[in-house]
Design a protein around this ligand. Structure first.
Ligand code: SAM
Length: 341
């Protein structure tokens, strides 16, 4: 059954895809590559076979999908990966998406290692905001997590984003026990000094070859660790945003994203387009809609539309994670780098 397509209100005559649980879908995360130049152990581990190279969509194909999505009410796009700045012509892609009517929010997630080279060009191409993943400010911990000695490059990338006025800059930190959980107050101070906002993310049981059970830390525990820096006022939730924001004594806010302890499925407004050309209804489920037949040998706008409807129809009410002790432990899920984080 096709999900409903409705007009939201008379004031905003934009059609909106709505799933069978009444949630509007207005946000598409577009993975432009499954390649990454880091090997974060929780995402694309070094000790596992690297997944088979995906059959990537061309930038023209990706832009066609975004264009059709915009016609169906998608207004927010995040370019992600893998590491999106590894994708050739990514700047052209940003420029192209910025020109798509209906796209009012265009963001990109990066590990920051190439950002010093790209920040000014991204800004000039029309990128509106940027998220940088940064799990540690200690060179040895950064290296232990990511397999690379690139902390200085990431810091230079953040400085370049600031210099290019690519704001707001959000720093995303996956919090892991015994790895970086003693750095949380320092991360808040570092972000403030960079004119950025930090968001702590609960470690999700996705990917392969990870140590999730012993490393996971809940939002409640993260809050305990940063309590002295927080004001006592109630937290704030922004519509369409998965983070909960807490005011800081020093000014500004810190965000916490808690996909494990406080699921936000009822707020979910997103689909993902994976690097190998699949529309994924939910981060945690394997059900995907293959776009290739809608795009090859010729791009068919009607069939792309059908793919959107099929993906929206496939959204579960609530997602479910795999854990190594869970019933689905024998299946090897795609790592985040392949899904598009
Ligand atoms: N390379 C880009 C980056 O580093 O932001 C985009 C892709 S990366 C997969 C997107 C985000 O997913 C990163 O912030 C990463 O830390 C996060 N991520 C990957 N695996 C995760 C997990 N198991 N739990 C929580 N966050 C995860």
């Amino acid at each position: 059954m096709r999900p409903e397509v409705t007009d939201v209100t008379a004031d905003t005559p934009q059609p909106v895809l709505r799933d069978r649980y009444g949630r509007a879908v207005t946000y598409l995360r577009v993975s432009v590559t499954d390649r990454c130049n880091l090997r974060c152990f929780y995402c694309l581990p070094r000790d596992c076979a690297v997944p088979r190279r995906a059959d990537p969509l061309s930038l023209e194909e990706l832009a066609a999908v975004v264009g059709v999505g915009a016609g169906l009410g998608i207004s927010k796009i995040r370019i992600t990966g893998g590491e999106p700045l590894l994708r050739p012509r990514v700047i052209d892609f940003v420029r192209r998406l910025r020109a798509v009517p209906g796209i009012s929010d265009l963001a990109l997630s990066t590990n920051g290692t190439l950002l010093a080279e790209y920040a000014a060009a991204l800004k000039a191409a029309g990128l509106m905001r940027i998220n940088v993943s940064l799990d540690s400010l200690r060179p040895e911990v950064f290296r232990a997590i990511s397999g690379r000695n690139d902390l200085d490059r990431v810091r230079a990338g953040i400085a370049a984003a600031r210099a290019a006025d690519l704001r707001p800059i959000k720093l995303n930190v996956v919090v892991m026990r015994g790895v970086n959980d003693d750095e949380l107050p320092g991360m808040i101070e570092f972000a403030a000094g960079e004119g950025a906002q930090v968001r702590f993310i609960e470690y999700m049981p996705l990917g392969i070859g990870q140590r999730w059970e012993s490393s996971y830390i809940s939002r409640a525990e993260i809050l305990e660790r940063i309590r002295p820096q927080l004001r006592s006022e109630p937290p704030r939730q922004q519509p369409g945003d998965t983070a909960t924001y807490y005011a800081l004594h020093a000014g500004g806010e810190v965000g916490i994203i808690s996909p494990v302890s406080c699921r936000f499925c009822e707020l979910c407004n997103r689909l993902r387009l994976t690097a190998d050309g699949k529309l994924r209804p939910c981060l945690t489920s394997e059900g995907e809609v293959d776009m290739h037949e809608a795009l090859r040998p010729r791009i068919s706008l009607e069939r792309i539309r059908d793919c959107f409807h099929a993906a929206v129809a496939g959204r579960p009410e609530v997602g479910s994670y795999r854990t190594s002790t869970g019933p689905q432990s024998s299946a090897i899920p795609k790592p985040m780098a392949a899904i598009g984080g």
